[in-house]
Design a binder for this molecule. Structure first.
Ligand SMILES: [Zn+2]
Length: 273
């Protein structure tokens, strides 16, 4: 058999075996039987948001404006889960953003919007409405499924405010990150270590601005390394507090925030299971 004939025979066998397919116009054949070792999913982050609106207004914005999210979890009881963008597509949810020094997060992430009115600090220090338990259970289940499916590291399950701390405040300080982490979703700090560090910081005093900036950067945040506790650095401290010390979001360095920051693992040692 001549080489050309052998090739045609081989292709015919591959096509019959389901390992090859013809291009739409039959101009070439794609062989699917060999795979590269060097590959991973293009999705390696999940970003959680609140919509700051009702279900109706949230659906209207997410289906009519130039914004998008893969999923919308409503505040119905039980909550509904709308898939507004297929997971294979990039949704326009994070905007200008950065995490662990990598920018342009939309193409590598799944965006989940949660119907919630948002939060504001008022004279009573109110942090916004609590999220209904059924809604949190649904968000947790959805996030866990996605994290398992895409093998997403715990530290890469974040809030919009974590990846855009100068612009965004969602999902806000009433979002129960600790509960999610204890349910096996996302990253949390070592509480025993934090208690020990808190005593130490109380004795020796708070670290300087350079320390805060280096530590916030270590755990993923984009932070200016000016060595000065400027307005932008305070915004990033606020974002950290919203996630890990939501009891009081001040944007000011304090002993408890420093202790929790130091006790937060850099990578790979979170709780997702
Ligand atoms: Zn958002």
């Amino acid at each position: 058999m001549r080489i050309a004939q052998r090739f045609v025979t081989l292709l015919a066998i591959l096509i019959l075996a389901g390992c090859a397919s013809q291009s739409p116009e039959g101009r070439y054949t794609i062989i699917d039987s060999m795979k590269s070792k060097g590959q991973n999913s293009r999705i390696d982050m999940i970003v959680l948001h609140y919509t700051a609106g009702s279900k109706t207004s949230s659906l209207a914005v997410l289906t009519n404006k130039d914004v998008g999210a893969h999923y919308l979890v409503t505040d119905d009881n039980p909550p509904l889960v709308y898939r507004l963008v297929n997971e294979s597509m990039s949704a326009w949810h994070a905007g200008e953003s950065s995490w662990y020094g990598r920018t342009y997060i939309n193409p590598r992430s799944i965006g989940i919007e949660i119907v919630h009115p948002g939060w504001e600090r008022n004279v009573n220090g109110t942090m916004g409405a609590p999220y209904p338990i059924s809604q949190i259970h649904t968000v947790t289940a959805l996030t866990r499924d996605l994290a398992k499916r895409y093998d997403i590291k715990p530290e890469n399950i974040v809030g919009h405010s974590d990846v855009a701390p100068l612009r965004k405040q969602d999902p806000g300080p009433s979002f129960p990150w600790k509960e999610l982490a204890h349910d096996g979703v996302g990253r949390w700090f070592d509480e025993n270590a934090a208690a020990k560090y808190e005593v130490e910081f109380s004795k020796k005093g708070l670290p300087d601005a350079k320390w805060w900036q280096a530590q916030l950067k270590r755990v993923g945040y984009s932070v200016p390394e000016t060595g000065v506790l400027d307005a932008n650095t305070r915004h990033v401290i606020s974002a950290f507090q919203m996630h890990y010390r939501p009891e009081w979001v001040s944007g000011k360095p304090d002993v408890q925030t420093a202790a929790r920051l130091l006790a937060l693992p850099t990578t790979g040692t979170g709780l997702t299971r």
